[in-house]
Each structure stands twice: as structure tokens, then as C-alpha cells.
Design a protein. Sequence first.
Length: 386
Amino acid sequence: MSNMIKVATPSVGEEEIQAVAEVLRSGRYVQGPKVKEFEEKFASYIGTKHAIATNSGTSALHISLAAAGIGPGDEVIVPPLTFFATIEAVLHQNAIPIFADIDHEIFNLDPIDVARHITNRTKAVIPVHLYGHPAEMDPLMDLAQDHNLTVIEDAAQAHGAEYKGKKVGGIGHAGCWSFYATKNMTAIEGGMITTNDDKIAETARIIRNHGMTSYDDHVILGYNYRMNEISAAIGIIQLSKLESLNADRAKVSLYLIEHLKDIDWLIAPIIRPYVKHAFFWVPFKVNEEKLGMNTLQLTRLLKEKGVEVRHRYQEPLYKQQVLINRKIYPHNCPLSCPHYSNHIDYSKVHLPNVEKVAGKIIGLPNHPNLTKKELDIVLSVIKSIK
Ligand SMILES: *Cc1c(COP(=O)(O)O)cnc(C)c1O
């Protein structure tokens, strides 16, 4: 349908096009001056000592875990409601994702349940600031301190979000960012690690570039996870627009929340008073009983009526086939490696809060380019359901 109201559209203009052309004319394409400038500006925006650019959010997570020394058999506590990339990085380090339940109001890791899952093998926690609402960082950092854990924030959905006055991504030992096309800001593809830890920063820079310290010296196992200059040039401009893009997202999202608060089958997101929400999504919970249909049927109906919505993540990650069928590495590593004497069976994992909400969250259109007219169509379509 041509007049479909889209859930996300890119906010890229002439400035970005110009910057790309400049890079192409410069002849310097990979990890050059634009990447350096993007890193410096991003570090200064988040308020960390270092920022290390990468080619994706997934590689940022992978590098951070490797740089923090997380490896075979180490347990890493993760939320079950997030994009799969969060745990992909853990598995690629041959470490074991251990799922803890979520806080049913903000859909992020519940620190109390995290504490229940800490063992003497636990080495790290990855709080995800899901949909742009910060995770409860204070109790998580307290737990980390008590148990000597590394905290790696997955901030891929939370550019500009704040927790108690502090920018997320600068609270844990490392913060990981994605600049994929649909995120709050984009570099088309790209990622970043923010950290105040000199050791993590130095190691991350080496891992990102084939483990090289100079042209012929490979000192640790690395990857090609570098960012290119075109992405960095776009990222620099997007960063300069981020506050204004986010302000528009917030305005649109709060308008929807305000005008849909009387719909009995739609539960507005809870926003804790001490956070600044980045509104990657404006996530509403569907009360399927009151609505009289399931969420999948609802999303189809909305689409028929010209409103595209997001509907993820439909199942807790521990129900993904790759985990249930143990298709990680040949020989079942790392889930039952010699390095890991516990036998992990994800089919036995059952976390009540996440199972109550998974599949029942929708993201209404809330991108910065929505017009008032489009917003009012969204409202009237929602009100016409049921
Ligand atoms: C997008 C995203 C990632 C992965 O980022 P890519 O740049 O796509 O690799 C990781 N975690 C979360 C929560 C994300 O939303």
C-alpha cells in the first residue's frame, strides 16, 4: 500500500550525501580521519574517555566481551527479550548465556532475578536498554561490584537515553552501540564501544584490526571489525542531529501515549521518573483478552488499515531453535564443552515475566518524520479496532 504509515523511516538528507561524496573524493576509505573524528565526538557526547568504532553493533559486543577476557565456559547473564545479537556475541566467545527474567514494567533485566542467577562462573552481565528505556543500572552495578562482574551495556536501542542524569553506555565497564539503518541514528551499518577502561579500550582497538599492533605483528586473535570512512562521515552528521531527532521521537511518542491512554486493550509504556527515554520504540502492551484477538492478528489488521507496527520479540530468546537444537559450534561447544561441566538445556528454562509479555508488545509508528496528520490517522485507526 503506497500510503502506508511506516513504523520507521531514515532521517538522512543532503548533508549526509555531501559528506559521502567528500569521502569518495578523498581517496581515504577505511579507519581514517573521519573514523577518528566520529570516535572523539561520540566519546565526548556519551562522556567516556574512549570510543572505538566498529562495523556493527554485534561486532562491538563481541569485541567488548573478548577485550574484557570473557571466554570458554564463562557465564554471562543476559535478558531473554532482546535482539539475538546480544547473545550471539556471547556464544562466539564460547561463553554461556544465562537468562534472567525481566522487570514486567520496563521489559529490562530484573536485578533481583539477575542476583539469583549468579554462580562462581558468572563473569559478566549484559543489560539491554530495550526499546530505549534504560535498564536499572544502579542495582546491577552494585551486584557487579560485589561479585566482580564486567557490565557490558547493550545500548544499541538507546542513543541519548539517560539513567539518573547519566548517559547510558557510559555507566557500565563498556557500552555497545549500533548505527544500523533503523536505529535512533545511523551510519548505514556500524557500531561503537564506549568505555572509561584504558585496558578494554586498548585491547578492543587491537582486536578490531586483526589483532595487529603494527603491520606485521599479530599479538592476539582479532577480526576485521573496522568501520569505513563513509559510515563515519554519515555518523558524524547523524550525531549532530541526534538530540533534535530524539526530541521529535519523544514528542510523537508522548502524543500517542497521551491520546491512547483510555483504550482499555492497549497498555501504555511505563517510564520511570528518573530516566530519559530514547524512544527507539513506543512500546505498547496488548491485552489480548480485552481485545478479543491475538497480537499477530492485530498487527495484520492494522497493516490492512494502513498502519505499519513493530512486533518483536515474539518469543524469549531461549526458545530460539539455535539454542534448543544446540547448533552453535560443531561438537556442541560451548554448551557442553569440556570447559563447561554443567549441561545447558535451554528447553528447561522458564521465566514467568518474560513469557507473560513476549509476543504481546507492539511498537507504533514514532519516527521523527511523522506529520500530525499521520499521527491522527494512527490514533483513529487504533480507536476503530474492536
Ligand atoms: C540492533 C541491535 C544489535 C545489533 O546491532 P547491529 O549493528 O545490527 O549488529 C544488538 N543489540 C540490540 C539490542 C539491537 O537492537
